[in-house]
Design a protein around this ligand. Sequence first.
Ligand SMILES: Nc1ncnc2c1ncn2[C@@H]1O[C@H](COP(=O)(O)OP(=O)(O)OP(=O)(O)O)[C@@H](O)[C@H]1O
Ligand SMILES: Nc1ncnc2c1ncn2[C@@H]1O[C@H](COP(=O)(O)OP(=O)(O)OP(=O)(O)O)[C@@H](O)[C@H]1O
Ligand SMILES: [Mg+2]
Ligand SMILES: [Mg+2]
Lengths: 257, 257
Amino acid sequence: LGKIYTIVNQKGGVGKTTTAINLGSYLGFYGQRVLIVDIDPQANATSCLGIDKNTIQGGTYDVLIGAQPILTQILHNPRFKLSLLPASPALAGAEIELIEMENRGNRLHQVLDPIRNRYDYILVDCPPSLGLLTLNGLVAAQDGLLIPVQCEYLALEGLGQLTQTINRVKSSLFPNLSIRGVILTMYDGRTNLAADVASEVRGAFDSLVFETMIPRSIRLAEAPSYGMPISVFEPGSSGARAYRALAKELMAKDNVQ
Amino acid sequence: LGKIYTIVNQKGGVGKTTTAINLGSYLGFYGQRVLIVDIDPQANATSCLGIDKNTIQGGTYDVLIGAQPILTQILHNPRFKLSLLPASPALAGAEIELIEMENRGNRLHQVLDPIRNRYDYILVDCPPSLGLLTLNGLVAAQDGLLIPVQCEYLALEGLGQLTQTINRVKSSLFPNLSIRGVILTMYDGRTNLAADVASEVRGAFDSLVFETMIPRSIRLAEAPSYGMPISVFEPGSSGARAYRALAKELMAKDNVQ
Ligand SMILES: Nc1ncnc2c1ncn2[C@@H]1O[C@H](COP(=O)(O)OP(=O)(O)OP(=O)(O)O)[C@@H](O)[C@H]1O
Ligand SMILES: Nc1ncnc2c1ncn2[C@@H]1O[C@H](COP(=O)(O)OP(=O)(O)OP(=O)(O)O)[C@@H](O)[C@H]1O
Ligand SMILES: [Mg+2]
Ligand SMILES: [Mg+2]
């Protein structure tokens, strides 16, 4: 069965989308069948893969409200070695619509479960909030959460609120919810701040923190404007090497050859 | 009458809170009476000013749902030369509660209007989403919106969605809603990316873009861990000089001496 990991952190701009796209494409690079699920109304994962979100007719929105079967909405990109369930701006209206639906927190889980055997990895990219879309991401995370933490103070501070939310979901909708790992991002070795935050996070989350740290690398910020993951845009950059190492580390932890 | 500006951008991590705190404290430095209103459940503006969000009993949440009068919840900090209506994690529940209330988009406007004459500037810090809390921020923005844009591609890309939301609010709840200005943040002169994004933003928003650009400056990222605005933490840094210049530029545009 394919692993379903949700990438979540309500703090904005910590590298959720960058991690989904680049970890995903390197897992594909290593022969894994990968699906990226974009549940953020900003649709950044969609545009990072070169797709204009305003051209998406159905996508995650139609799938969540049950208007379209998921397999009809998935886009395949052999060049990037991954598939994508794209988001569109219509997804912004989904929060209000989902509120009135049965199983409003379970919708994503219900549509992903039947297709788990078609992929080795399903990565879900969440918006920077703890609303109903992120709740769907938490409940769908069969194999756990990947939590990117930018090596800065406000991102560190937000982890308490995230942990509280995770515990609330565990005691209600999804008792098996777990943290698969914490990823330190935008690490800038020249500053004490990054080192201090990294050691605080390792102190709090211990062996859950991946060995691989993602350095601050301008190429990672440039790649989205070309609509490519770093593995295609600039495979020799420090950012690419880090995400490649992260993919290897995750596969090793999952006993995947 | 005091000016009410809301600082908004649904893209995460673009410098909304950093702008609210530091622009606010320099406006205070120049003798203006300043109130910061934190409507983000992350309560980052609150913690950047040295207040533990978990100790806040009432704050913005109680004021929005009408449980407490606003003046009883405002904290004053003479050292930072500003006042704060603090947020607390309880605010995360406000979105669901507000949905069932009358005037759910107008609540913040209704509580701020009566106290406008007590301040020269009221700055509202929004969460990274376009939900009901941000909607309250948009409707409360009597003198317009301040839009921080990080000089990176994904932040640029999100401006289309923000403009659409602004136009939707203009045609329904608040016809006088306007953009007061766009602030370029985390500008790193050594990269083409920043220069390209800056020129795209100036091309799209023209004279609405403030002359003052905020450079990427590690001191701005360190200040929150000390609970101080940059004006107190490191007034000699490039980040401090930039926010000081921004405060001057805004006052000049507002014909404030
Ligand atoms: N390691 C890195 N080095 C340099 N820039 C990075 C890195 N990771 C991400 N970025 C850039 O930082 C910005 C924020 O990253 P990203 O959009 O992936 O974060 P996010 O958590 O998905 O944001 P949001 O909360 O808005 O969804 C983007 O412009 C991205 O290109
Ligand atoms: N000019 C700057 N130079 C360096 N770091 C900065 C700058 N502005 C903000 N930062 C840092 O970048 C991170 C994001 O900034 P901030 O939290 O203010 O953005 P935000 O838009 O309020 O985020 P959110 O969307 O989560 O509310 C923080 O760690 C902050 O300290
Ligand atoms: Mg994102
Ligand atoms: Mg903020």
